[in-house]
Each structure stands twice: as structure tokens, then as C-alpha cells.
Design a protein around this ligand. Structure first.
Ligand code: ZN
Length: 135
């Protein structure tokens, strides 16, 4: 893995959280994006070379809605940038991790993503993400 790409934070109200994080980080969010397949609306902030992703549920079945119900607002996942998500998925499977998306799916911010089950990673939901390169 190359680096931490972003930290995902589950919030109840994206509009209010945008205002709060703008105050916290001193910069406005640079993009908002809905991932309908995941039932989430996201917004992204830059903090130096790092990014913060805020996530709001758009329906009750959204993984974010379930997370908020169980744990409340807070850090939801840590995303690591990878060069080749398919070979990284295979490597981690061989290492015994439970990969939730054996076939990477399209996530926010022009990325292919896959998640590791938090049961196998000390309770941390880990996201792998690979930039989708323009052909
Ligand atoms: Zn993420």
C-alpha cells in the first residue's frame, strides 16, 4: 500500500458537518458526490497532502445509516491508496483477511474500491482505493 488516501467520517448531517469541517480545517470542501449504489452522499476536504471524506446516508439501508445507528458519528474507515487493487486484494486474501468486495467497485472520487472486514483488522474498516486512470 502506498499511503493513507483519506479518512472516512460518518456524519448525520452533511451540510452541518461541511460547515464544521470548514472551520476545523480552514478550507472549504472541494467536492461533493453521491454514490447511489452505496446510499451515501460524500464530501471531500484536503488537509495538506491528506483528505477527509465525510459520509451521510441517503437511505435507511445504507451502510452509513447502519453504522450511525450502531456506533454514532465518528471515524468510519481508513482508506489506503494502492497501485493495483486486484493484486492487493489477492495478496490480502492470501494473508487471511476477509475482503468484502472481491471484485472492486466504483467508489467516490474516481476510485476503484474494496473493503476489508473490520473483524479481521482490529475493528478498523479498511478501504483500498485505486485511482481510475483515464485511458
Ligand atoms: Zn472512503
Amino acid at each position: 500500500m502506498e499511503k493513507i488516501e483519506h479518512i472516512g467520517i460518518a456524519v448525520k448531517n452533511l451540510k452541518e458537518a461541511n460547515v464544521l469541517f470548514e472551520k476545523l480545517l480552514g478550507v472549504p470542501h472541494y467536492k461533493m458526490e453521491e454514490v447511489a449504489s452505496e446510499g451515501v452522499k460524500t464530501s471531500f476536504f484536503k488537509s495538506g497532502p491528506n483528505k477527509v471524506e465525510l459520509l451521510e446516508a441517503t437511505n435507511e439501508d445504507s451502510p452509513i445509516a447502519k453504522f450511525l445507528e450502531k456506533k454514532g458519528e465518528g471515524v468510519h474507515h481508513i482508506a489506503f491508496a494502492v497501485d493495483d487493487i486486484v493484486s492487493e486484494i489477492n495478496r490480502l486474501k492470501e494473508e487471511g483477511f476477509t475482503v468484502l468486495n472481491e471484485i472492486p467497485k466504483k467508489g467516490a472520487d474516481n476510485k476503484l474500491v474494496a473493503f476489508l472486514h473490520p473483524k479481521g483488522t482490529n475493528g478498523v474498516l479498511v478501504e483500498l482505493c485505486q485511482e481510475i486512470k483515464a485511458m
